[in-house]
Design a protein around this ligand. Structure first.
Ligand SMILES: [Zn+2]
Length: 268
């Protein structure tokens, strides 16, 4: 039903569609088990989301497979958006300070937040979406070297055949001392990223990577791949410092296994 509605309603009205659905869900799911840090509402549970393809369970792909409490009924934020928001809010100045920010394939809830930051120079870009500021190919970013203080590019790399080029482009366009957050679904059991850049059939792609448009499943070597283009990578695990992230009881319905890949461009 949701997919059908989305396919017949033009993209610029999807936000409105979401708003109407959220109003109904907010009543249905009201409660006090979880509190969404983005919309501030309380819920007895969140809405399950994520693919159920076998490989995602088999390879234990964090951030890609089915999660019971993933999607906020009140503002339609995903668990990963709440995590990135809390990280930016508590560990960076990005949501308080005027800075130059590039948001690739923007998550709408985070976009709304950024647009409210006073003095921010904020640009959204995407290769396919029409509701962004610029059309942007992440493997050939049209901005000059050393342009951005912060770049967000979440759940994009697994779709991009030349992901090293994309990472290098994000690195190039960051200012020295700048920060990029580059999240992706990631296997906790595979040592090496499993990828295939040939033209494999869709069914095989789903069987092997868990989604029809994915080129790979990243593994424990993801961090090294990011570092190979020059980034200093910190793998931040919120469950080790839970105080700002909803505490041990997981009040904000985050994914306990999801790390944040914080990529810094060395200052000098
Ligand atoms: Zn919410």
């Amino acid at each position: 039903m949701k997919t059908l509605l989305k396919s017949i309603v033009p993209e610029q009205y999807h936000g409105k569609l979401k708003e109407i659905a959220c109003r109904a869900y907010t009543v249905l799911y009201a409660g006090d088990r979880y509190s969404c840090p983005l919309c501030g509402r309380g819920f007895r549970r969140m809405i399950p989301r994520g693919y159920r393809h076998g490989v995602l369970f088999e390879k234990h792909v964090v951030g890609g497979g089915w999660r019971r409490d993933a999607f906020c009924p009140g503002c339609s934020s995903y668990d990963r958006e709440r995590l990135v928001y809390l990280y930016l809010k508590t560990r960076t100045t990005a949501l308080r300070k005027a800075s130059k920010v590039l948001h690739i394939a923007p998550e709408r809830v985070l976009e709304k937040l950024f647009r409210k930051v006073p003095g921010i120079d904020y640009t959204t870009g995407d290769l396919f979406s029409k509701v962004v500021d610029v059309k942007l190919d992440v493997t050939a970013i049209q901005f000059a070297d050393h342009t951005f203080d912060l770049t967000l590019c979440n759940h994009v790399m697994e779709h991009v055949p030349d992901d090293r080029k994309a990472m290098a482009e994000i690195f190039r366009t960051l200012k020295p001392g700048g920060l990029a957050i580059i999240q992706t679904p990631i296997s906790t059991v595979l040592e090496k990223t499993d990828e295939d850049l040939t033209d494999i059939p869709v069914a095989e792609r789903i069987r092997r990577f868990g989604q029809e448009d994915h080129c790979r499943i990243y593994a424990r070597d993801y961090e090294q791949r990011l570092a190979s283009v020059g980034f200093a990578v910190e793998v931040f695990r919120w469950e080790k410092e839970p105080a700002d992230f909803g505490g041990a009881e997981n009040r904000f319905a985050l994914n306990p296994e999801e790390p944040i890949f914080v990529c810094s461009k060395p200052a000098g």
